[in-house]
Ligand binder design. Structure first.
Ligand SMILES: [Zn+2]
Length: 445
């Protein structure tokens, strides 16, 4: 399927500092062309060509959210103080009442929040179809989309689709063919988890992934309850169980991996699997701390995610960046165990590669112009001492609300705090009324 490309106005941006693969540079310039490709990223050249002076701003690559369920923004604040399994039951009780319009409303609220906090690409698993994917394309973001599938009857989206797991798998292959050449969209299989999908179903997906190259996005070892359940039913821990079924390879995006065994960590690393680390969600649900450093040492490809708003409760990746850095320093009793620069890499280039957009995530000539500008004149950024302070600021003090401009492939989505592709107040109003109705019907208001 060919889509008409969005019109892009070439620009030359100038800012106080910029984060590049070679480090931070002062008085920086970034130029991209009408195809949304970066032509130049480096020290400022002549000022006469500059189309946008961003005094008091810094530039960095757009952030990549490696694991979320966008439409669950409607469930912000649901079951805040319960453990994983009661929380999941509360979430699924609400999902029984969702309509397609509700999912669209929740998705658009998520797109709004991701764009205005500097996220330009995300990996999602939820109920998806072409109409919903088109909303992502129109909003201008990039996404790796995994239509969620289950074989247990207790879960699903009966108000949106009556499709069985097998039917979702078939539909996923059709979507992958339809969007094969789309620069914004990647399609993945989305078997929900080893405790909601029977082994034969997972084996079939592994075989289809091998045959077609379509990646697999699934949850792995998120809670102790899951590992106990999977071990009791199948005689192996979740990572080993999935490995035996052919799921663990370099096409896998595994969310969480909190309770992987030492052997599973080694295996995920050797296999070149991508792992999405979701520290805020894991901490909020009391699930534990994922072996992020061990996975890195084993060679796993790493990405950072928020998980859904129902377990976070925001989509602001700057919170994940700071939390991940300080969490693993604390676990290792070593402030040198993880540098902010390394986590910023995971949240940009590493994440982009892990979810299928290797031409994004870095401000360098030839890459996609997925770039965000943050204001550094606010109280919590003061004093900002320029390029030398850039990594420190982005890693420990910046907030999503500092983001003032967002470009994806050169397309301007957010300009000086205003959305250019979404009607923000209408999106918020639709989400408020959808959430109110669904929660009332589910009896959880
Ligand atoms: Zn999840």
């Amino acid at each position: 399927m060919t889509h008409r490309p969005h019109a892009i106005t070439p620009e030359v941006l100038r800012a106080d500092a910029m984060l590049t693969p070679d480090g931070a540079i002062a008085d920086a310039e970034l130029e991209f062309d009408e195809t949304g490709t970066i032509l130049y990223a480096g020290p400022a050249r002549s000022t006469s060509r500059v189309t946008r002076e961003l005094c008091g701003h810094v530039l960095m690559p757009g952030l990549v959210n490696g694991h979320t369920h966008s439409a669950m923004t409607l469930q912000r604040g649901v079951s805040d103080d319960e453990g994983f399994m009661p929380w999941l039951a509360a979430v699924q009780a609400i999902e029984q009442h969702l309509t397609h319009d509700d999912v669209a409303a929740g998705l658009e609220l998520a797109l709004l929040e991701m764009i205005e906090t500097g996220t330009t690409a995300f990996a999602d698993m939820y109920v998806w179809d072409e109409a919903l994917i088109e909303r992502v394309r129109e909003a201008g973001m990039r996404a790796m989309i995994a239509p969620a599938s289950f074989t247990r009857e207790t879960v699903g989206f009966p108000g949106v689709t009556g499709a069985t797991g097998e039917e979702v798998t078939e539909a996923t292959e059709r979507l992958a063919a339809r969007y094969a050449d789309d620069p914004q969209i990647r399609i993945a299989f989305g078997p929900h988890a080893p405790y909601t999908c029977e082994p034969e179903f997972l084996r079939d997906i592994a075989e289809r992934s091998l045959r077609t190259g379509i990646p697999v996005h699934t949850h792995v070892s998120e809670s102790l309850a899951e590992t106990t359940d999977v071990e009791a039913r199948f005689g192996a821990t979740p990572g080993a169980h999935l490995d035996a079924l052919g799921i663990v390879n370099d096409r896998l995006l595994a969310a969480h991996c909190v309770h992987l065994t030492a052997g599973e960590i080694t295996r995920f690393g050797e296999a070149g699997a991508a792992v999405s680390h979701n520290p805020v969600s894991n901490l909020k649900l009391g699930n534990g701390v994922a072996p992020f450093l061990e996975l890195r040492e084993a060679g796993a490809r790493l990405t950072l995610g928020t998980d859904s708003v129902a377990s976070n409760n925001s989509l602001d990746l700057f919170e994940e960046i700071k939390t991940a850095t300080i969490l693993h320093r604390g676990v290792r009793h070593d402030a040198a165990a993880l540098r902010a620069a390394d986590v910023l890499h995971v949240a940009t280039r590493g994440g982009a590669e892990a979810i299928g957009f290797p031409a994004s995530g870095a401000l360098t000539a030839g890459a996609n112009a997925d770039v965000i500008a943050l204001d550094v004149t606010g109280t919590h950024a003061t004093p900002f001492s320029g390029a030398a302070a850039l990594v420190s600021h982005l890693g420990f003090a910046a907030r999503g609300t500092d983001v003032r401009h967002v470009y994806v492939g050169g397309r301007h989505l957010y300009a000086d705090g205003e959305h250019l592709t979404l009607d923000a107040s209408a999106v918020r109003a639709r989400a408020r009324s959808a959430a109110e109705r669904v929660r009332r019907e589910a009896g959880s208001l």
